[in-house]
Design a protein around this ligand. Structure first.
Ligand code: APR
Length: 235
């Protein structure tokens, strides 16, 4: 890990698992008998808005019951102390990275605590439940929806992510199954540009073969240990 200056960290649902938030895939990954991929789509929102809102309302409400864990705290420390470039790209729609204090981060799949107007594109903080045909305060269209990137939609800030990956020396993936693109392809892009690559995950993922190194274990243990290695004796 010597000669590392610029770091990109990709996080997925696994980093929030020890806070008590369910991951998507695996034994508890089904929701009301649906695959997430079949529910979280623009088509599902149009055909069955109550179902889709129920899914996101429950997940938004769950945020009040959870706290950042040691992995979020360690990344926030890295963010505070690391003098090179750092970008934490999360696929998560929870706010646990921010609550831990991370600032050099973005939500590529949107945020539970945000609403998006499908008519005018305005985004706004949102805390409570949502329902169909909510009125947008900016344009008055009855078109507010969760500010979540559904399957089939373009993730946010891809240009910024691509630029950071192209210039990073180290790409680290934490708690993601490598099942969903474009995030699943970041490791190969990073390798292509010459970055070292490290995966920290509870199980080998679909992308494990593309990483230089994979460490298997819980994020709450592996991430603080890795951050300590990166920061050495720095407070
Ligand atoms: N520590 C580290 N990794 C963990 C832990 C843990 N405590 N618990 C689970 N994991 C790992 C699992 O082994 C799995 O590989 O986290 C990964 C979670 O995978 P998914 O549930 O598929 O979540 P994610 O990769 O974030 O999903 C990507 O899919 O449904 C969409 O948009 C949604 O952003 C999400 C995307």
């Amino acid at each position: 890990m010597r000669d590392i200056e610029n770091i990109v960290v990709l996080t997925g649902a696994g980093i929030s698992a020890e806070s008590g938030l369910a991951t998507f895939r695996g034994p508890d990954g089904l929701w009301e008998g649906h695959r997430v991929e079949d529910v979280c789509t623009p088509e599902a929102l149009a055909a069955n808005p109550a179902l889709v809102h129920r899914f996101y309302d429950a997940r938004r409400a769950a945020l009040a019951q959870v706290r950042p864990n040691a992995a979020h705290d360690a990344l926030a420390r890295l963010d505070r102390v690391w003098t090179g470039d750092l970008l934490i790209v999360t696929q998560n729609v929870d706010d646990l990275h921010e609550r831990a204090g991370a600032t050099r981060m973005l939500h590529m799949h949107g945020e539970l605590l945000s609403a998006l107007c499908a008519a005018c594109g305005t985004r706004m903080p949102w805390a409570g439940d949502m329902h169909d045909r909510l009125t947008c305060p900016a344009c008055a269209a009855p078109a507010l929806r969760p500010d979540i990137v559904f399957f089939g939609e373009m993730p946010y800030q891809m240009e910024r992510i691509d630029a950071a990956i192209a210039t990073c020396d180290l790409f680290v993936s934490i708690g993601t199954s490598g099942a969903v693109y474009p995030a699943a392809g970041f490791v190969r892009t990073a390798r292509h540009h010459g970055a070292a690559t490290l995966e920290l995950n509870l199980d080998p993922s679909a992308s494990s073969i593309y990483f230089d190194r994979t460490r298997i274990g819980p994020a709450g243990t592996l991430v603080p240990a890795w951050v300590n290695e990166m920061l050495g004796g720095i407070a």
